[in-house]
Design a protein around this ligand. Sequence first.
Ligand code: PEP
Length: 256
Amino acid sequence: MRIPLIAGNWKMNTTVSEAVTLVNELRPGLDTIQNVDKVICPPFVSLAKVKELLQKSTTRLGAQNLYFEEKGAYTGEVSSLMLAELCEFVIIGHSERRQYFNETDPIINKKVKAALKAGLKPILCVGEKLTENEAGRTESIVTGQLELALAGVDNIDGLTAAYEPIWAIGTGKAASGKQANDVIALIRWVIGRLYGEKTAQATRILYGGSVTATNTAEFLNQPEIDGALVGGASLKADQFLSIVRQTAEIRDLFTR
Ligand code: PEP
């Protein structure tokens, strides 16, 4: 049985003091919820402070990106070695990185390798554009992104995949539970083809794209969906807590 995972991607929101306030709002409630892995991903500049605040908490910490070189003359970049001292997870290949920072599949592949080498747990995002979706290309796009991101990666223990259709991110237009479940089943199948059935069954695959407290149940009630990558709603403590709480309740029913 895969433990569900809910990750909050704060994107480029919150100053350090705002991050402290949000963590203090989230932590007491999150800590009461069992059987769900809870991850928050604040901006780089808040990681050290949030790490301190999460000492003895069951809420875990992630970064939103990394650079694939370990160190050197790469002004402004942050490496896997730096992050490994601060956090456990790292989001890689988010569509906003692909779109605004020209991250290609080969770059994402290097980032996945760097993260795994440093002992970080990547949350690898894949997903199609609206035009690709409308052209019926979702399956080939997602399969291609996955294969390229994982090229030459022998072992994906610790990796979580996230299906994030670009047309659903920050738009308020989430995919349906069935649509997301179907693509996630495909992702699991591709992982099975690359790494074997045991790894496919052990790998968590999340849905992301306009997840809120109102539609959480639609996704978490699907058999293939192991949790959510939450953007906007992760910045509102009551919303994020409700998403995590509902996830725990739904999975509790599943296992009974
Ligand atoms: C995201 O940032 O990964 C995301 C899914 O954003 P939102 O929940 O705001 O659509």
